[in-house]
Design a protein around this ligand. Structure first.
Ligand code: PXG
Length: 289
């Protein structure tokens, strides 16, 4: 595998970043997780827009424009023969001193890893997933705003530890008001009386690319969609529930805190949206030429 670092492709073993990079020392940086399907990079423009917004929010200068980054991402896929895979795009603050001051870091680094993707087991998509709500709260929006896809994922890692210790693979995080925010690496949706609901970003959710695609697909299918605050009550009483994310795509949830959601496996609306999503990934995206 060849890894792109700031303009050059390196062999995997030679792809190295300084131990003085503030990305390592402080989790100071931003990233994106992107998918390629059938030789095309899905929603690349949306991912880059979010990356630039995340960078702006932490006063990080990305030393390339959107078009150059777009070319670098598709090139990283091409160089590695990736037609279906996962792309990790990382921008670190760069090398600085042993002190927080980001303004003393000379130059941010742009890293692109194009690899194959590790998916949840196939049975999980067929049978649905079990999740728990966890005690670790989503960051307050005036702390590290959850809209920033930053390299500082400890908040989510702590939640993930709780999930795994509880014997499940994902969890649902609440915000300081007890409202549902999102999963540790995915957005959350419930269906109740035919209305599809997801927390607004101000409740502590990342504005997921998959989330936005799913809301569009639902509306196109004539399903009413509402971005509205949800409580654990709304999870426990949902007719259907699913998570969305670049890695997970759309995955049904059939159990929350050991309470059964829906009847038997992922519900019909979840299945319908998952099918529509897969159809879209076959026709859309930035070609890897
Ligand atoms: N919330 C959080 C906190 C995320 O990190 C999502 C929601 C879903 O957003 P997208 O844009 O992907 O629909 C994410 C995305 C990984 C991995 O390696 C994590 C994500 C994406 C890709 C890979 O765990 N998280």
């Amino acid at each position: 595998m060849k890894v792109y670092i700031s303009g050059t492709f390196y062999e995997q073993d030679e792809a190295k970043i300084s131990v003085f990079d503030h990305g390592l020392l402080y989790g100071d940086g931003v990233f994106e997780g992107i998918r390629a399907y059938h030789g095309r990079v899905f929603r690349l423009r949306d991912h880059l827009d979010r990356l630039f917004d995340s960078a702006k929010a932490i006063a990080l200068d990305i030393p390339m424009d959107g078009d150059a980054l777009m070319r670098a991402v598709t090139e990283a896929c091409k160089v590695n023969g990736i037609r279906d895979g996962y792309i990790r795009l990382v921008v670190t603050r760069g090398v600085g001193t042993l002190g927080l001051n980001p303004y003393l870091c000379k130059k941010s680094e742009v890293i692109i890893i194009a690899d194959s993707i590790q998916l949840y087991p196939k049975e999980m998509y067929e049978q649905g997933m079990k999740v728990v709500t966890v005690g670790t709260l989503r960051n307050h929006a005036e702390a590290v705003n959850p809209r920033i896809k930053s390299l500082n994922y400890l908040n989510n890692v702590l939640a993930k530890i709780e999930a795994i210790n509880a014997g499940v693979m994902e969890c649902i995080m609440l915000n300081g008001q007890g409202q549902v925010a999102e999963a540790s690496g995915d957005n959350i949706f419930v269906l109740k009386h035919g209305v599809l609901k997801t927390p607004p970003v101000w409740c502590g959710a990342l504005e997921g690319i998959t989330r936005n695609v799913v809301m569009d697909l639902a509306r196109e299918a004539g399903i009413e969609v509402r971005e509205t605050p949800l409580q654990r009550y709304d999870l426990y009483t949902a007719d259907e529930m699913f998570m969305t994310g670049t890695a997970a795509e759309i995955i049904g949830i059939t159990e929350v805190d050991r309470r059964t959601i829906g009847a038997d496996g992922p519900g019909p609306v979840t299945r319908k949206l998952a099918n529509a999503f897969h159809a879209l990934t076959r026709t859309e995206g930035e070609p890897i030429l």
